[in-house]
Design a protein around this ligand. Structure first.
Ligand code: MG
Length: 375
C-alpha cells in the first residue's frame, strides 16, 4: 500500500505586478506581495502531490502563520503513514482535530491538503483531477477580468483586457453609492458590450444597498451583486434578494454545503461563488450538488492563487455549469505562477489532461519566493 511519507509546508510571498484593492483593503500591490502556502506530500514510492492555499486575513481570519502551524503541528501527523486515497477518512480526521463548530474550522489550511491529496490520487492512477470528478464538460475555462481602482484608472485597463479577449468584468465596489456609481459608469463607457459582475466584499447594509439599486436597476450589463452585506447577515441578504432587480450572489457567507442549506432555507441568495480556497475540491462538489437541487446558480472565483490553487480551480470549474466566466485572477496580478504547463490564451485556460493537477511545480521558484515567518 502506498502511504504518505513526508509532509513539507512552504510559506511564500509572491510579488504583485499591479495593485488590487477591495472594500476591505489591499489584496496586494507592487511592494505588497501576496502570501501563499504550498503543501508538498511525498509518498512511500516517491510520488509528489501539491496543494496551495492563499490566506488573506482581512478577507477571512486565517493567516500565513496560522496555516503554517495548523498544517505543521496538527495536520501533518494525520497525513504521515496514511493512504492518500483515503480522502474522506483524512477529512474526518482533520475535522476531529480542528473541529468545524459553526464555521468550517481552518478551511484554507484544509483546502491545501485536499488539493494535494487529489493531485496525488490523480498521479497514482494516471488520471487528471477533472476525470476523478466525473470528467470535464469543456476543454477551456473562460475567465473574467478583475477590475479595481479609481474611475479614472479603470477604463484603460478594462479596454486592454477587452482586447485580450475578456468579456466579463468583475468590478470591486467600495460601499459609497455615488463613488460606486461613477466606477460602474466608467467601466460601461470603456467596455459597453462587457458583462459586469459587481463585488462589494460586505461593504453595504441591506439599507444602504437600496440606494445603489435605485441607480443601477436598469443597467442591463450587470449580471449580479456579490456579497453586498456582511458575512453573518443572512437576514439582510434575504431582505435584499426579495426586492433586488439584480441577482444577489454570496461569497463570504458561504464556505460549505451546511452554510448553503441555511441560505437556501432563508431565501437569501440567487447565486453562489465557489472558491477552492474556501471549500477545497471535495466540499465544492458538495456545495454544487446542493445548489443544483435548489436551483441556485454557480459562479467560480479564487483568492489570487498561483499555479497550484489556480489549476485545481480549473479542474473543478471545468466539470460544472457556471453562469459567468470565472474570476481566477492570479495570472492578472502575480509576477509568477510558479508552475510549468499552464496554457492560457487570452481569457481562456486549457484544462490540463495530464495526471493529477497536470502541471509541474517549479521548485526553484519556491526557493526564490520562500517567506521567513515568525511565530
Ligand atoms: Mg468575492
Amino acid at each position: 500500500m502506498v502511504t504518505i511519507k513526508e509532509v513539507e509546508v512552504i510559506p511564500l510571498r509572491i510579488p504583485f505586478v499591479r495593485p488590487f484593492k477591495i472594500s476591505r483593503g489591499y489584496v496586494g500591490a507592487p511592494g505588497k506581495p501576496g502570501e501563499h502556502v504550498y503543501l508538498k506530500l511525498v509518498t512511500s514510492d516517491g510520488e509528489v502531490g501539491w496543494g496551495e492555499t492563499r490566506p488573506m486575513p482581512s478577507w477571512m481570519y486565517e493567516t500565513m502563520e496560522s496555516v503554517y502551524t495548523t498544517l505543521k503541528k496538527y495536520i501533518s501527523r494525520i497525513l504521515i503513514g496514511e493512504d492518500p486515497y483515503n480522502i474522506i477518512k483524512i477529512h474526518k480526521a482533520m475535522d476531529k482535530e480542528l473541529a468545524p463548530v459553526v464555521s468550517s474550522g481552518q478551511p484554507f489550511a484544509k483546502s491545501a491538503v485536499d488539493i494535494a491529496l487529489h493531485d496525488l490520487v490523480g498521479k497514482l492512477t494516471g488520471t487528471p483531477i477533472h476525470r476523478l470528478l466525473g470528467g470535464k464538460i469543456r476543454d477551456y475555462v473562460e475567465m473574467s477580468a478583475l477590475i479595481s481602482g479609481t474611475p479614472d484608472a479603470i477604463g484603460d485597463y478594462a479596454k486592454e483586457m477587452w482586447q485580450k479577449g475578456y468579456r466579463c468584468f468583475k468590478l470591486k465596489i467600495m460601499g459609497d453609492v455615488d463613488e460606486d456609481y461613477k466606477l460602474i459608469k466608467a467601466l460601461i463607457e470603456a467596455v459597453p458590450e462587457g458583462k459586469i459582475w459587481l463585488d462589494a466584499n460586505q461593504a453595504y447594509s441591506s439599507y444602504s444597498l437600496r440606494f445603489l439599486l435605485r441607480k443601477i436597476a436598469d443597467i442591463e450589463n450587470i449580471i449580479c451583486i456579490e456579497q453586498p452585506v456582511p458575512t453573518y447577515d443572512f437576514h439582510g441578504l434575504s431582505r435584499i434578494v426579495r426586492i433586488s432587480p439584480i441577482p444577489i450572489a454570496v461569497d463570504e457567507s458561504l464556505f460549505s454545503h451546511y452554510d448553503l442549506l441555511k441560505l437556501i432555507s432563508m431565501n437569501a441568495l440567487d447565486a453562489l461563488v465557489l472558491k477552492i480556497a474556501k471549500s477545497g475540491i471535495r466540499t465544492s462538489t458538495k456545495i454544487y450538488a446542493l445548489a443544483e437541487a435548489a436551483g441556485i446558480s454557480c459562479m467560480g472565483s479564487g483568492m489570487t492563487e498561483s499555479g497550484v490553487g489556480f489549476t485545481a480551480a480549473m479542474h473543478v470549474f471545468s466539470t460544472m455549469e457556471m453562469i459567468a466566466p470565472v474570476d481566477t485572477n492570479g495570472p492578472q496580478f502575480l509576477k509568477d505562477m510558479l508552475v510549468r504547463g499552464l496554457e492560457i490564451e487570452g481569457a481562456k485556460v486549457k484544462v490540463p489532461d495530464k495526471p493529477g493537477l497536470g502541471i509541474e511545480v517549479d521548485e526553484k521558484k519556491l526557493e526564490e519566493y520562500k517567506a521567513e515567518i515568525e511565530i
